[in-house]
Ligand binder design. Structure first.
Ligand SMILES: Cc1ncc(COP(=O)(O)O)c(C=O)c1O
Length: 461
């Protein structure tokens, strides 16, 4: 296609998109003012291509999900084989399909001990909705019907359905929809960089966990059903808790008989250099929702791991669980998940992230940015991380209004062939786990360049 044809096609797509398509988490009016969407047409490996032929390094793996990279023929073949064999059948009413059975078996083998049952859905949000239904049912069965309240954290993201948004700690989402619903409470996040003050990180970790005990005592332990947390808060701007945090959270939960839920929707399937971040933080969850990297985003699928304590009561005394989705255990999505897991295993991608590319990226970023006047902190684990852009590195203060500098930097990234996400003034990355050393060098070079351009705009450099 000639450049002119590409421009024409892009202009038509943009106009049509603006006329009919309401995008998620988008201000449609301002999108129109900016001329419309960037249209992504192709992808391979860690590279996206837009409708004008620009190649873009995707340092976000889509939305934290394309763990094995784009363009995997094996995944397409697995989907095609399953579609021709059995494109759909449900798992309601005493039926099952081989891929769902096989995937449940595989997930039990991969996940932390004690998680021996799986409930399938399509998205991280619906897995968290399932949790609300299941946990309330559980406490009714356990003869403690007052234990119904969920405790979550500020800046948490657990999805966008009504229940999942209530679990989330995003004030802008709450404000638009009169959320959270009753029965959903929030405590501070273990965000040392912003809220740690003079405390050392480990002392701050204990302080942030203490907020859970305070909240449980305020509400009354007999009313609290569960605590939910992402091992690392992704959409909160990759908040990595101090090592003291999760052990203390779990001690408090056990003390007051509160279920522990580790939301692994972003962290699972190798993102942190472990199969699950629960391994890195020694979390022993009662429930563990997963999605995204489960299929590397090639098809929608979620899996909620259910621990023995909950499963035994549910199965033993629960009767029919009045909950499910048409696509629970969708055979094509499950077949793709199995193939995706095979790739992660055979190519040793998780070991590669843990032992090679994760540490290599961290070293390269520190070398390139540690002395940068606008970089307050680089935090990462495996291939997920954030760079805090700040006004004053010593006082750990941000530019006002917070978020503008992040958007400026993000726009420079877009203009320079790089997808990074800005959350407040944090530049966040979560690339495909296939990212090579050569691609890391290029990524770091582009990041440094875009932060320099941002600094020049502000007169800092
Ligand atoms: C930790 C976490 N949980 C749940 C969700 C919701 O997943 P979905 O968008 O598939 O509904 C997300 C999405 O980003 C997430 O980051």
């Amino acid at each position: 296609m000639t450049i002119q044809t590409l421009h024409n096609a892009t202009a038509q797509w943009r106009a049509s998109d603006l006329s009919h398509h309401l995008h998620p988490f988008t201000d449609t009016k301002s999108l129109a003012e900016k001329g419309g969407s960037r249209i992504i047409t192709k992808a391979h490996g860690v590279w996206l291509e837009d409708s004008e032929g620009n190649k873009i390094l995707d340092a976000m793996a889509g939305l934290w999900c394309v763990n094995v990279g784009y363009g995997r023929r094996e995944l397409a073949d697995a989907a095609q084989r399953q579609m021709l064999e059995l494109p759909y059948y449900n798992t309601f009413f005493n039926t099952a399909t081989p891929p769902a059975i096989e995937l449940a078996h595989k997930l039990v083998a991969l996940t932390p001990e004690g998680l021996n049952h799986v409930f399938f859905g399509c998205t991280g949000s619906d897995a968290n909705d399932t949790i609300v239904r299941l946990v309330r049912h559980y406490w009714n069965l356990a003869g403690q019907p007052d234990k119904k309240t969920f405790i979550s954290r500020d800046k948490a993201y657990h999805g966008s359905t009504v229940a999942a948004a209530s679990l989330s700690g995003m004030s802008a989402m709450h404000a638009q929809a009169d959320l959270p619903l009753p029965g959903f409470e929030h405590i501070m996040a273990p965000y040392w960089y912003d809220e740690g003050g003079d405390l050392e990180p480990e002392a701050f970790g204990l302080h942030a966990a203490q907020a859970l005990e305070d909240k449980i005592l305020e509400l009354g332990p007999d009313t609290v059903a569960a605590f939910i947390g992402e091992p690392i808060q992704g959409a909160g701007a990759v908040i990595i808790p101090p090592a003291s945090y999760w052990p203390e959270i779990q001690r408090i939960c056990r003390k007051y008989d509160v279920l522990v839920i580790a939301d692994e929707v972003i962290c699972g399937f190798g993102r942190t250099g472990h199969w699950f971040a629960s391994e890195a933080f020694a979390i022993q969850p009662d429930l563990m929702p997963m999605a995204k990297g489960l299929t590397s985003g090639y098809l929608p699928l979620s899996a909620l791991m259910v621990g023995d304590r909950v499963a035994e009561l549910l199965i033993g005394e629960g009767g029919e669980f009045q909950h499910g989705y048409t696509y629970s255990g969708h055979p094509v999505a499950c077949a793709v998940a199995l193939e995706n897991i095979r790739i992660l295993e055979d190519e040793k991608l998780i070991e590669q992230v843990r032992d090679d590319t994760g540490p290599y990226l961290e070293r390269a970023l520190r070398q390139a940015l540690d002395d940068h006047p606008m970089v307050g902190e680089i935090r990462m684990l495996g291939l997920i991380g954030a760079i805090e852009l700040v006004e004053d590195r010593t006082a750990r203060t941000h530019f006002e209004p917070i978020g503008e500098v992040g958007v400026t930097c993000r726009d420079h990234c877009v203009a320079n062939g790089l997808v990074m996400r800005s959350i407040r003034d944090c530049m966040v990355f979560s690339p495909p786990l296939t990212l090579s050393r050569g691609e890391i060098d290029l990524l770091v070079e582009r990041i440094r360049h875009c932060i320099d351009l941002t600094a020049q705009d502000l007169g800092v450099l």
